[in-house]
Design a protein around this ligand. Sequence first.
Ligand code: PHE
Length: 487
Amino acid sequence: MTTNNGTGGVLWAGRWGFVLAATGSAVGLGNIWKFPYMTGEYGGGAFVLVYLLCIAAIGVPLMMAEIAFGRRGRGSPVEAVKRVVAESGGGSAWSILGWMSMICGFMILSFYVVVAGWSLSYLWKAVSGGLNADSVEGMAAIFEDNNASPLNLGFWSTLVTLVTMLIVGKGVQEGIERSVRWMMPGMVVMLAILIGFGIFSGGFGQAVDFLFAFEFGQLSSEGLLAAMGHAFFTLSLAAGAIMAYGAYLPAGKSIARTTFTVAICDTLIALMAGLAIFPIIFANGMDPAGGPGLIFMSLPLAFAQMPMGTLLEIVFFVMLTMAALTSAISMIEATIAWLVESHGITRNRAAWSTGIVLWLVSTLAMLSFNLGADWTLGGRTFFDWLDYLTSRFLMPLGGLGLALLAGFALKDRLLRDELGLSWGGHALWLFMIRYVCPLAIVVIFIDALGIMTLEMATQWPWGLAALTLFVVIGEWLSPRLRRQPAH
Ligand code: PHE
């Protein structure tokens, strides 16, 4: 049992507390804003297939590991990783993984509040009748106009930052758990209404074809890395969120079961969002590769042409804003928990001081759409860099590190206790976390760096040889890595 409880004994109060909070974290702008436009950009079905494979092969085992780390370490990700490694007698260098996760969550939130701000400002426009253009060009002009003024855009992202900090500052049960308890069911109902309308909009068949007809040749190495990065992003992995929430999970709850629930809900909602959005895009002859503005330009146009359109539009942006908020709070929980535990300050104070730093960084990200549009490096704005660095590098590399730590460096007994799986279940999880996760991440990276092409790796003799080699080396290395230092 953990006596040195870094969370001060705080646990989720309700039976559904963790599942709702973790699903709230996973389901967010990633599902509704990012997934459709990335699928559009990277050509549809092939991207979706790789994304789904990554969720199953990398995401699920890794999420289980993260929750186990959190619960075993009972502290912020920084502290949890440190404690679990210490308990296993491992080297302190692994604690970098906790830091990386926490920083990654903060970086994501810095651009996330800008997109959530778009959503909030569109909600306001919907209510006040400001989304009244009747052409794609007209909607694009509204989107650009909304971005053009730093004061306007800054107002909305600041509002999102404030609300996020207000919820998080109130505490795990009173703030986070209480807000997800009504926001999550609300979101599901609203999404169901929207999909109902999507089915009747005329472009449904084409949307299904686009999402599920996969041609492997369409997917570039870049798209492959993007699909893997997105799998991490959408499951909130290696960004401190899931581990921080895992620290409040009562002993005895099944980690595997909750992970499956979260992963299935997240995947279904992304696919549902795709099925709700692409019919509209095809029915109106729009370009699916419309970029980050896709849902903000296409959907309002479609809503404008529907009966009860304004009402549906309001429902949509309320839902999107709630989805964004339940994710935003999870991204910053790691930082808050770390400040409370390492500096002994109250949650409220931790939230407000974090909020100020966040506000500064997110303001820079917000300026990427107006004053700072030209402040680019390698063709990317500050906003783009935050997104690119976190999704393509920090999360997959952090995930690789966590998989290696969980699979090889820790004493097997530790996570075996925590996960509490059957013998076969544990063997399968261990195989995934030791070999499949790292190998998949490494292969996709190597492919993206252009050293080797994926075709080589998918030619099965090569793939099999690589896996065998990896397993042999891993099995040889793991007992040696895990050997206790002499006392
Ligand atoms: N999973 C969230 C989404 O899909 C984003 C997120 C990333 C949340 C990392 C927490 C941590 O929108």
